[in-house]
Design a protein around this ligand. Structure first.
Ligand SMILES: Cc1cc2nc3c(=O)[nH]c(=O)nc-3n(C[C@H](O)[C@H](O)[C@H](O)COP(=O)(O)OP(=O)(O)OC[C@H]3O[C@@H](n4cnc5c(N)ncnc54)[C@H](O)[C@@H]3O)c2cc1C
Length: 346
């Protein structure tokens, strides 16, 4: 039994495998491409503090110890994940990047930078961080351009004019931080949907159900945040105070010095694309899981095209709370399908 990825989703799955009696290393392994614990959190901007994180749910059966709200999330969360792996004796092997997964009859052959594993079932928990999405717009911009994944904080933009593209929580974080030191121009495809009150559990379930339905139909996934709207947060409050939330519709092309709507141009020094991420599932291509609609059709966490494969942290479960639940659901599904799997070296 192999779990690919040791972020929130992979660790939750590993915890539940242990609970169901799967022995570390003999019964299952977790292969993770990173050098150290933390999943995507280890790569986020140093300027993202615990107070400005959009929301974080503890992993099962071990709470995140109280953290200084001013501490960088990229230090606190990876520290917590490391403690979690040790506390539950999870068999994480790193750095191991899985390159491909093939079906070899009744087994799955997992090939990686550190050799291969033959498994009866697989839980894929590779997240989205390594697949930043950059939309294409015509024209050439000569200034600085980067995706949110490469943003390291506002300091290097001080005194500049910066276009922030995107309508999600990441864009709000950028506006709140850059608004302190730079002039910002906020551009989004759709009118941003602000939500004043807290999100009710019913509304939360309805939003997740929308994303779930797409995945059930085998359509490309949308993020849960794209259907929940922008709720109250420290970052949103700060962006409001700074007066940086005047949104412009999407520009139609880039110019040498900026962005333009037809003949109307706004010159900027930099463009930051907070335009989201796509699921990192390219290593699963040989399994032929994709539907003609472009997505992977799931029944819960189970791939319809190959029931030995579960995807966690994917689509409706791409949040810390969703990843926790998906880990448990995937393990339940695997136990139902194969009982106790036996791991063999490839
Ligand atoms: C910018 C951004 C901000 C977010 N903020 C929040 C938030 O504040 N709160 C919230 O609840 N959710 C947030 N989310 C949603 C996020 O999807 C989940 O919170 C969760 O942390 C993701 O966990 P994960 O385990 O699915 O993925 P990750 O944390 O990305 O972990 C995936 C792991 O898989 C490994 N991996 C990837 N490819 C391979 C491979 N081929 N072989 C081996 N290992 C591999 C990676 O090295 C990594 O360790 C955010 C998402 C994004 C993109």
């Amino acid at each position: 039994m192999v779990v690919i990825g040791a972020g929130q989703a992979g660790l939750s799955a590993a915890y539940h495998l242990r609970r169901r009696g799967f022995a570390p290393f003999d019964g299952f392994v977790v292969l993770d491409a990173d050098q150290a614990p933390g999943g995507a959190w280890a790569h986020r901007a140093p300027s993202l503090r615990m107070a400005t994180v959009h929301g974080f749910h503890d992993l099962p059966d071990f709470e995140l110890p109280p953290a200084d709200p001013g501490a960088p999330a990229r230090e606190v969360v990876p520290g917590y994940f490391a403690a979690y792996e040790a506390r539950h004796a999870l068999p994480v092997v790193r750095p191991v990047r899985v390159s491909t997964v093939h079906s070899t009859g009744d087994r799955l052959l997992v090939e990686s930078t550190a050799g291969s594993w033959s498994a009866r079932a697989l839980i894929n928990a590779t997240g989205t961080w390594t697949r930043p999405f950059l939309p294409h717009y015509p024209g050439h911009f000569a200034g600085r351009q980067l995706h949110y994944a490469d943003y390291r904080g506002p300091a290097s933009f001080a005194g500049q004019k910066v276009a922030v593209v995107g309508g999600g929580a990441s864009a709000i974080q950028l506006l709140a931080e850059l608004g302190e030191v730079a002039e910002t121009v906020w551009v989004t495809r759709r009118e941003p949907a602000f939500r004043d009150g807290p999100f009710s559990p019913e509304a939360g379930r309805a939003a997740v159900a929308l994303v779930e339905e797409r995945v059930r139909q085998g359509l490309p996934v949308r993020s849960v945040v794209s259907v929940t709207g922008l709720g109250p947060s420290v970052a949103l409050q700060r962006a409001r105070e700074l007066g940086v939330l005047q949104r412009h519709p999407m520009f139609d092309h880039l110019t040498e010095h900026g962005i333009a709507w037809g003949t109307e141009e706004v010159e900027v020094d930099a463009i930051i694309w907070a335009t989201g991420f796509r699921p990192e599932v390219s290593h699963l291509t040989p399994l032929g899981l994709r539907e003609p609609g472009g997505g992977i059709r799931l029944d819960g966490t189970q791939a319809v095209a190959d029931p030995r494969v579960h995807l966690v942290g994917y689509g409706p479960s791409a949040s810390t709370i969703g990843a926790n639940r998906a880990g448990r659901a995937a393990v339940n599904g695997i136990v139902k399908l194969i009982g106790t799997p036996v791991l063999q070296p490839g």
